[in-house]
Design a protein around this ligand. Structure first.
Ligand code: SF4
Length: 374
């Protein structure tokens, strides 16, 4: 049984990027209210989870916090939860933030993995995305990361940005690779409901690549990164070696329990999923009253768990463990779903071998449709 993971959501950003649907506010006056509330929330869960082996501070923009604020949070983690030796402790960093001393202090606090939201090395693309930073900030952030001695860090990049052609995407990728990051994530720009981008897109202010264009970006990305030695281990994620896969994110994909702390954070344990208030007021109010700041919850039925196992499994290169699936859901996939599996194998979308059903590169490109076929 894998150990659970701890996620801490920092719901603040200096400015809102118009494509983003994550919960955050630009009202930074509330930072000093939320940090003690986060520590109080940890106290409420102190005995409900066994040892964690990953801690992930995400957001929002955790890198707008000072070292003292981050120290308070990590002190709360260590006070209230046992951590396994070699726990992966990650923080998301916006390249607009932090000076060399701040990066060095992160190491002193015990962070051993950085996740840098570079998104692009093109100033034009960054301006379109409404990001606070420019390419020179991304270079400086990577330089600071390396100088501070982080040997485990990841870079996020986005493709399918209006105005971005395949050569300019390739340039951003190559730029990222030149820093030898142990981990790379390449996401397609998604138009999320209720975001400013969604409204502009509906008005026809810009266009994004269609199905064929997206597929071409995806395949080119995978082929290029694999030629640079990266393992394509999830639809959007690449690792330089098995030890550098995101240990934390893998928990989301295989139903390992995780505890989410902070406004808007989600948690999962024993088939139950619950989520916190997406409002600072509601979050702080509940914690001041001594109760968990939970806004809602659901218990997944066996069928929902089965479907999620298929969906998430087929988004990873490892795919689905046939014996584990049979033990959990009483279904022998190769036998019961033969009529579905055979054409997918013939079409080059999946492989059945070594006791697993795994997507090929082509299969990863259409992973969600694959799961629907089952
Ligand atoms: S993309 Fe990141 S920095 Fe931009 S609004 Fe969303 S959470 Fe904040």
């Amino acid at each position: 049984m894998n150990l659970p993971g701890l996620y801490i959501h920092i719901p603040f950003c200096r400015t809102k990027c118009p494509y983003c649907h994550f919960y955050s506010t630009t009202d930074l006056a509330a930072v000093d209210l939320v940090i003690p509330a986060i520590v109080r929330e940890m106290e409420l869960y102190a005995h409900e989870f066994p040892t964690f082996d990953t801690v992930y501070i995400g957001g929002g923009t955790p890198s707008l916090l000072t070292i003292q604020q981050l120290e308070m949070i990590l002190a709360g983690v260590r006070r209230h939860f046992p951590l396994a030796p070699e726990t992966e402790i990650t923080i998301e960093v916006n390249p607009a933030d932090g000076d060399p001393g701040w990066y060095r202090s992160l190491r002193r606090l015990g962070f051993n993995r950085l996740h840098l939201g570079v998104q692009s090395f093109s100033d034009e693309a960054l301006a379109f995305l409404g990001r606070r930073h420019r390419a020179r900030d991304a270079f400086a952030a990577l330089d600071n990361t390396l100088r501070a001695g982080f040997d485990n860090f990841g870079i996020d990049l986005i493709y399918g940005i209006p105005g971005q052609d395949r050569p300019s995407w390739r340039e951003s990728l190559a730029c990222g690779v030149s820093f030898l990051p142990p981990h790379l994530s390449a996401y397609q720009l998604a138009i999320e409901a209720e975001t400013p981008f969604c409204h502009s897109y509906r008005r026809g202010s810009f266009d994004i690549p269609g199905e064929d264009g997206s597929l071409a970006f995806f395949l080119e990305t995978a082929a290029y990164l694999e030629s640079e030695g990266y393992e394509h281990y999830e639809v959007s994620n690449y690792a330089a070696n098995p030890a550098r896969k995101s240990r934390h994110n893998q928990k989301y994909w295989d139903h390992t329990p995780y505890l989410g702390i902070g406004p808007g954070a989600h948690s999962f344990q024993d088939g139950r999923r619950w989520w916190n208030h997406r409002s600072i007021e509601g979050y702080v109010h509940d914690l001041a009253a001594g109760k968990p700041p939970v806004a809602g919850e659901e218990t997944l039925s066996r069928e929902e768990l089965r479907l999620e196992t298929l969906f998430m499994g087929l988004r990873t290169a490892r795919g689905i463990d046939i014996a584990a699936f049979r033990r959990k859901f009483g279904e022998d996939l190769p036998r019961v779903r033969r009529a579905i599996i055979q054409p997918l194998m013939d079409g080059g979308f999946i492989l059945v071998r070594d006791g697993r059903i795994s997507p090929t590169r082509r299969g990863l490109a259409v992973a969600d449709q694959l799961a629907l076929a089952f």
